[in-house]
Write a protein that binds this ligand. Sequence first.
Ligand SMILES: [Zn+2]
Length: 181
Amino acid sequence: MQAIECFGPQQALKSNAAILRREIIKRSVATNWADARAEWFVADIYMADFDDYRTCLCTKEHIKEICVLHNSFNQNEVEVGNVCVKKFMNENAQKLFDGIERIKHDINCGLSEAVAALFRRRRIITEWEFKFSIDTWRKRYLSDKQAAARVEINRKVLANMAERKTTHENQENVGGSMSHD
Ligand SMILES: [Zn+2]
């Protein structure tokens, strides 16, 4: 069936939020927005390449900053653009992208707590690296050894983000077929 666009920009914006809600509810256990939304957490974040921009679950195209949201009840996963995540899903997502931007801008900066926690949960960094990051991320002066360890951790995180941008599949499936188990 062909979708017909009859809306101006204002209404289109509104309908993006409506689409996101509908699509999230469709993939959730709960059937109302407030409960459905609470089932999801940020499982992963990554930056898409210029030639590989993504489409948000709300249908907005050319998304560069992507959050992979995981449903802890039914294990569904979706990709949502950073803007939608911040606005409608999980306010902490901004912290994650800010933390990544900081180390991309300067590899000598500390890994923020939010990013360290995410990448520890994903087992990309070790428990030692996680604790080291938490203890030192605000410090501007480190020993040579500490500074080297920090750079190594940052490189690990960035390399992992880059690695995965080619492995994420586009979400073409909807509803029940999204289930991973
Ligand atoms: Zn969106």
